[in-house]
Write a protein that binds this ligand. Structure first.
Ligand SMILES: Cc1cc2nc3c(=O)[nH]c(=O)nc-3n(C[C@H](O)[C@H](O)[C@H](O)COP(=O)(O)OP(=O)(O)OC[C@H]3O[C@@H](n4cnc5c(N)ncnc54)[C@H](O)[C@@H]3O)c2cc1C
Length: 391
């Protein structure tokens, strides 16, 4: 990973966990479609689940760039670990950046630092699919308490989470796009598993459908509307951190292709293997992918740490388009890069038992276009482009 600034000790810790803990377990996580418990335990031990919590609440006070570097480092060794870590950080960022002066959420974040609790995301829902900005379910307030039930189509690590962050209509009479974001706590919810997670890739995210039944206190509903939380935090953090996980996968696949070409060169000293040309091509693609992902992470961090928190830019159509473009382009480029690495490694890349195997990278990479379907994002961008004013 090429860094222009010196690496923080938290990123170094994530790299070590990736190499020493996530990597040796990645095969069994994939084969058994099991939660990457060892890596998550190690991340907890290094206090990285509270990486984004501000220092005055006991967290590490990391920004988006450091989180990105951690996702990239983990993604090189186990995509499921990286994705679970990324999804948790997106939830933490949504709370940190939108809790305002809420006493409940300040206490919650201090508890998160102490216990290193894992937060899962519940946005997808039967009836609206991956359309995050619409909900069927609603917050049913009853005095100072609420009831919230949701038929969720996918909850990653739902069975392993300590808390859930759930989108819902603000009230029973609110329209589908007038949503709130609600924290529901382990003691107050039940999840009834409603299917299986036997997928092509990202098997360790353990993301089956669940029926959620929950209750809580009204102060667990974030005061800011979900429209602002999504635009200012959840979408940029999702697209940037996911892209960094994917950059990690692409980096690992290209490393494997490079090792294959080197071993072919060693077998015939004095000649350049024909696959070296393809390697040169894919190395250039990886460089562009990395530049794009690093650039957008740096831009987001700069915007979000500006005195006005970048609110005007974060709310703009141009910024929303840029974030969506990052998601669509990185997910597409990732699959392209990994497929080219497969061509370079040939049959040795196709075999599951070979040291040059590319299969797991390819299967994991194919989820990227579906984690919010790229066609859905293109459709949104198409509408926004119609009203975008020229620079
Ligand atoms: C590894 C992984 C982990 C995930 N984890 C979670 C999680 O933790 N929590 C969570 O809530 N969700 C999670 N999801 C779900 C994800 O965010 C999406 O909700 C889900 O992948 C969308 O599924 P879909 O493509 O079938 O649905 P849809 O997005 O509904 O798309 C279905 C089809 O309809 C088309 N389509 C629908 N609407 C439009 C439109 N307006 N314009 C153009 N085409 C359209 C799409 O192109 C597609 O062909 C996860 C998904 C993956 C792959």
């Amino acid at each position: 990973m090429a860094n222009h600034v010196s690496e923080s000790r938290h990123v170094t810790a994530a790299k070590r966990i990736g190499k020493e803990v996530a990597a040796p377990n990645a095969r069994s996580v994939d084969r058994d479609s099991r939660f990457p418990r060892e890596a998550l335990d190690a991340l907890r031990e290094a206090r990285l689940l509270s990486a984004f919590v501000p220092k005055d609440l006991g967290g590490l006070g990391c920004g988006m760039i450091e989180l990105s570097q951690m996702c990239e480092a983990l993604g090189q060794h186990c995509s499921s670990t990286a994705m679970v870590f990324a999804m948790h950080q997106i939830q933490v960022a949504s709370i940190v950046r939108h809790a305002g002066s809420s006493g409940f959420f300040r206490n919650f974040l201090s508890e998160l630092v102490e216990k290193q609790n894992l937060i899962a995301s519940v946005t997808s829902e039967a009836g609206v699919g991956g359309e995050m900005r619409n909900s069927v379910c609603a917050v049913e307030s009853q005095g100072d308490r609420f009831k919230l039930d949701k038929d969720a189509t996918t909850i990653s690590y739902g069975a392993h989470a300590d808390e859930l962050l759930v989108t819902a209509r603000r009230s029973t009479d609110a329209p589908a796009n007038d949503q709130s974001l609600v924290l529901v706590r382990k003691a107050d919810y039940t999840l009834e598993v409603n299917g299986v997670w036997d997928t092509l890739g990202m098997r360790g995210t353990c993301s089956p459908p669940f029926k959620l039944r929950s209750t809580g206190r009204m102060d667990q509903v974030l005061e800011a509307g979900f429209a602002d939380i999504a635009a200012h935090t959840m979408v940029p953090f999702s697209h940037v951190l996911w892209a960094n996980c994917w950059l990690g996968i692409a980096t690992a696949a290209v490393s494997k292709a490079r090792a294959f070409v080197r071993s072919a060169a060693r077998a015939k000293p004095g000649t350049t293997p024909p696959s070296a040309l393809r390697l040169a091509e894919v190395a250039g693609m990886l460089q562009s992918l990395r530049a794009n992902v690093h650039d957008v992470a740096a831009e987001c961090e700069q915007l979000m740490s500006a005195p006005d928190a970048g609110t005007e830019v974060l709310s703009s159509i141009a910024f929303a388009l840029k974030m969506n473009n990052v998601k669509v382009s990185t997910s597409t480029t990732l699959a392209d890069i990994v497929q080219r690495c497969l061509l370079i490694c040939g049959i040795m890349g196709y075999k599951n038992d070979s040291k040059f195997s590319i299969g797991l990278y390819l299967r994991d990479a194919l989820s990227a276009a579906l984690m919010v379907n790229n066609d859905r994002i293109y459709a949104t961008n198409a509408s926004m482009l119609l009203v975008l004013k020229d620079d």
